[in-house]
Design a binder for this molecule. Structure first.
Ligand SMILES: [Zn+2]
Length: 357
């Protein structure tokens, strides 16, 4: 082992110390660790992956200028406080260990990490310390046992890449849409049933991986993701034909009256009506069917509309209509419902790759 380290020291000189695959179960804290103090001070990247470490050795904090630490593929169940003393550390990789939410030190969130990879561990939830890493640009917790994403994810305002594929996540919190620089979002191989309409705020999103989930439709707001270049949807039970809406509660007399007042522009003023009715009339939503001038209040029909992408794929998008009659032109011939404003608002070149098959 020693000769290898000597080679490293005299050899590279690029600040990389590779101690991977050496069957190490510890890293002694004596002066020879990593080839002496001078060498340790010069080390920027330390690779301890594929060893037999049960904990991150306390002696790593002797590498005061470390920027990258890789402790992947050990038997790690604990990351000790020592790691938090590495003030220069920007990239921490601890893939394929036995870590869970009890494994991270209390002050982990105070580190200045930019890249954190905890994929292939045993996390059932994202540790709250991770949501405090304000400089974090890349977070990977794929292949764990996550069931949810905490709303605190919105605190990671520098995040550009989020990889959470291969977990048991059932829902996406709307707070995820508050990440202004998020460009790559991987949520494939989960149990997600819906995409929140707030996704329209993800202006930087270039790639969205949703394959192998439980999606049946997408929110129509997804059309406003103007930067999106890659969308993967294969392996979802996406509806492929018009679905007749089963649940439609008939509008109340109040709603019928309100619809008539709004759609026929019946004039009214502050003196004519009590304030609760004035407020109610303000809540009217315009029916999105371009052939219908109607409005609705509480009673509406969930409607799946198919929109062409790239002239090749038809995506099911969800929107609301004022009544079942409003859908009948579509239900009789869904394919002819293609010339509405949605179509022209989607340039054919917007989505370069839509992966459905
Ligand atoms: Zn309508």
């Amino acid at each position: 082992m020693e000769p290898q380290e000597e080679e490293e020291v005299s050899g590279s000189g690029d600040g990389v110390l590779d101690l991977s695959r050496l069957h190490l179960d510890s890293l002694a804290a004596d002066d020879d660790v990593g080839g002496g103090e001078e060498r340790r001070r010069a080390t920027r990247q330390l690779y301890l992956n594929h060893n037999r470490l049960a904990a991150v050795p306390a002696s790593v904090c002797l590498f005061a200028n470390l920027r990258l630490l890789d402790v992947s593929n050990n038997g790690l169940s604990v990351i000790g406080e020592d790691v938090t003393r590495l003030t220069q550390l920007r990239t921490f990789v601890a893939k394929n260990n036995r870590l869970d939410e009890t494994s991270l030190p209390k002050d982990f969130g105070a580190m200045q990490l930019e890249v954190l990879n905890l994929s292939g561990n045993r996390f059932q939830e994202i540790p709250l310390q991770c949501t405090k890493l304000r400089r974090l640009q890349s977070l990977s917790i794929g292949g764990n046992r996550l069931r949810s994403i905490p709303a605190e994810i919105e605190n990671l305002t520098s995040l550009e890449l989020l990889y959470l594929g291969g977990n048991f996540i059932t829902a996406i919190p709307p707070e995820l849409a508050n990440l202004p620089y998020l460009s790559y979002l991987v949520l494939c191989d989960n149990r997600i049933q819906g995409v929140p309409p707030q996704f329209t705020r993800l202006h930087s999103l270039r790639s969205l991986s949703l394959h192998n989930n439980l999606l049946t439709y997408l929110p129509r707001e997804i059309l406003s993701l103007v930067r999106l270049q890659e969308l993967s949807l294969r392996g979802n039970p996406l509806v492929v034909r018009f679905v007749k809406e089963m649940t439609y509660d008939p509008p109340s007399l109040l709603e019928l009256a309100g619809r008539t007042v709004k759609s026929r522009n019946v004039p009214y003023s502050r003196c004519d009506l009590p304030s609760n009715l004035l407020n109610y009339l303000d809540l009217a939503s315009k029916c999105p069917n371009p052939k219908c001038a109607g409005v609705y209040f509480d009673s509406c029909v969930r409607h799946i509309k198919f929109v062409d992408f790239c002239g090749k794929y038809r995506l099911p998008l969800m929107h609301y209509l004022c009544s079942p009659e409003c859908t009948s032109p579509c239900s009789s011939n869904p394919q002819s419902d293609a010339e509405s404003e949605d179509e022209s608002s989607v340039p054919a070149d917007r989505l370069q790759r839509v992966l459905l098959g």
